[in-house]
Ligand binder design. Structure first.
Ligand code: AHG
Ligand code: MN
Ligand code: MN
Length: 359
């Protein structure tokens, strides 16, 4: 028969089980101020959305009408999956009657969604990608949800949401939920990066790891090499370098949340460069790159467009896309060095061409 837990171990287990997400936020802020209570409640609602989505995903293969496409095309021009719509609605529902979030903006909605009953009190906007990695939905592979919280300005029916057209440093909190073998929630309120694992027996996200630090360098490179001939030459040169060098390993799952989670923990770099078809790349700034950039910076890593820090990019529109290079500091810098080299060579070529033209 197994020994009963020693008193210290028992105390530790109890303490760990009680380190829930909402308690952790309050601990981080070392305050019970109204703002701290708001943030704690916001994270608690996001966690509830994660639990509802995780429950649906865990039974998707047993239920009718959960998987597959709806037949619609979203504002991004992409085919919508039934789970995209479901997860989008989950986030709206959990914030109804919450007094917390006045406006939600998501990948799946052309315009921001207002919850008028929350607006007199809740001056926050939730930006989110309800299901990241939609192509994985029908094959039981990892998926994610990405979120960010920003303070809200402007009036409560403004479709232009021009106050959101600010850089990523305006984010108050950001994170993701990873639906994998277990469901994890990783978040930051600007005080480090912390991960939580959903304990199904408690129905709570319990602290797994505090103050996660991304290694300065890692062996992983994560990119869709099927787009190789659509990239700028600098990215091709970087990939050729990786192929020639020892110590690199490719990992690409089709769901950025999973790929970036791996890099957060083990180091390396994830890239989604612009292509001929999509010069700005595929990843959207406000609810994909900026929240992930906020997290990775908090973990000591970096996120760049190639020429600018992701967190400094000021979008011109809600659904703006950016080229994305994110991960370990040294690996992001290495990719950037290929971009800089290419730019320098091009400008040299131009100078020589101009010098040849008779004045
Ligand atoms: P989403 O499912 O929200 O549209 O995002 C998918 C993103 C990202 O998660 C993933 O890494 C990438 O798109 C995959 O795109 P490709 O199939 O073009 O590689
Ligand atoms: Mn996505
Ligand atoms: Mn999505």
């Amino acid at each position: 028969m197994a020994d009963a837990l020693q008193p210290e171990a028992q105390e530790y287990a109890l303490e760990r089980d009680c380190t829930t997400l909402s308690r952790h936020v309050l601990q981080q802020l070392q305050s019970f101020s109204a703002e701290a209570q708001d943030l704690s409640a916001l994270m608690n609602r996001i966690a509830l959305a994660g639990k509802i989505i995780a429950r649906r995903l865990s039974r998707a293969g047993l239920m009718e009408g959960v998987l597959g496409f709806t037949g619609d095309i979203n504002v991004q021009g992409e085919s919508v999956k039934k789970l995209d719509v479901y997860a989008n609605d989950v986030f709206i529902s959990v914030f109804k009657q919450s007094g917390l979030v006045c406006r939600l903006a998501s990948e799946e909605m052309e315009k921001p969604y207002y919850i008028p009953e929350n607006c007199p009190v809740g001056r926050y906007t939730l930006l989110y990608d309800p299901i990241d990695g939609s192509s994985n939905t029908d094959i039981n592979m990892s998926l994610g949800s990405i979120f960010a919280i920003r303070q809200q300005e402007g009036n409560d029916t403004d479709d232009s949401a021009s106050d959101l057209l600010r850089n990523g440093r305006k984010q108050i909190a950001a994170g993701y939920i990873l639906y994998g073998p277990s469901t994890m929630l990783v978040y930051s309120i600007g005080k480090g990066v912390h991960s939580f694992t959903l304990d199904p027996s408690l129905g709570e996200f319990i602290l797994s790891e505090e103050n996660i630090q991304t290694p300065k360098h890692g062996s992983i490179y994560s990119v869709n090499e099927g787009n190789f001939w659509q990239w700028d030459e600098s990215f091709r040169e970087y990939i050729r370098y990786v192929h020639r060098s020892e110590g690199y390993t490719a990992r690409y799952s089709g769901a950025m949340v999973g790929d970036i989670h791996r890099i957060l923990i083990q180091g390396g770099v994830f890239l989604y460069p612009g292509t001929v078809e999509k010069p700005e790349g595929k990843i959207r700034l406000l609810y994909e790159s900026a929240p992930l950039a906020f997290l990775i910076e908090q973990a000591g890593g970096r996120a760049s467009t190639g020429t600018e820090e992701i967190l400094d990019v000021v979008p011109e529109k809600l659904h703006q896309r950016t080229s994305l290079i994110i991960g370990s500091k040294d690996d992001v810098a290495l990719v950037e060095s290929f971009i800089q080299k290419q730019a320098a060579e091009q400008s040299e070529k131009m100078k020589r061409a101009q010098a040849r033209v008779p004045q």
